[in-house]
Design a protein around this ligand. Sequence first.
Ligand code: 13P
Length: 347
Amino acid sequence: MNEPLLEAVAKYLVSPGRGILAADESTASANKRFALVNVEQTEENRRLYREILITTPESKRILSGIIFYDETFWQSTKEGKPFKEYCAEAGILPGIKVDEGLVDLPGFPGEKITKGLDGLPERLAKYRDAGAKFAKWRSVIAIGEGIPSDNLIGANAFILARYARLCQDYDIVPIVEPEVLFDGTHTIEECEAVMVRVYDMLFTFLKEYRVYLPGVILKTSMVIPGKDGGREMVVADVALRTVRTLHDHVPHELGGVVFLSGGQTPLQAFSNLNAIAKAGPHPWGVTFSFSRALQDPVLKYWAEHRDDIQGAMSIFAHQLKSVVDARDGNLDTTSLGGDFVSGSQDL
Ligand code: 13P
């Protein structure tokens, strides 16, 4: 394990003025999003849409990394340059999602664990040799009647720890993502209590399985009320609770912290990130690793104006400038238009 390399990559991913684009939707998820806006679900359309995001000029300045799914990791620009090489030359680190999705946890109705440890060493070697600098593994924790169980939280923490240590043995920075779902009717207090349990268990396991914490990135949800309970999301409350939970339960020697958007609208996700940034200083670099909150307005526009690549790129550029302002605590919410309000819930 090359500790200085892992630490340097982790620091770069969360460096000031930058953040990560999650473009690692599985083929099934990408197709689902395309179907909602009536785009044909072909490999070429998935490639073309990702090319718009990757080659938008502002990506170079603002993105520290892009997380790919296997299909996109091996794809190229229309000129034939592999995306991962285009990114490396542009200062955008290529990353790869290596988990293989969710399966039911037997005996625990409503709870799912993540599979993909089998064959992982071989896949990590292949991706590392092809230029991947970091990886992502997503586990999912739902909040509901009697859940999450300690068993589910523990099983996910154990799997994340094994994945993380394996990545580090291949000099790949692991992003560990225990996503606490936005779905549900829970209160913000219940969300905070679950996140505390999740972080405490996760870092206990990471330490027990000899993971090098300065070479790890935590990808986390924000502390927010469930989206189905009709509760108002108050930005100041979200920031206060998210920051409190992170500062008190995430080791300060960790490499960095990034947020998923989780189905929040772009306006919600960006405003919350802005307030979290303002509540600093934080012990680690803190930035975005959004998929839907960054991409939804772009996909919506492109679906309706398929020949206007420049137009789609300028929407993505606007998204990037806004999110990076939020990352640095300088977001002017009055500059955000209609799509920011409706964005992700529609798609
Ligand atoms: P969202 O920002 O759409 O939640 O996606 C981020 C991600 O990578 C989830 O695993």
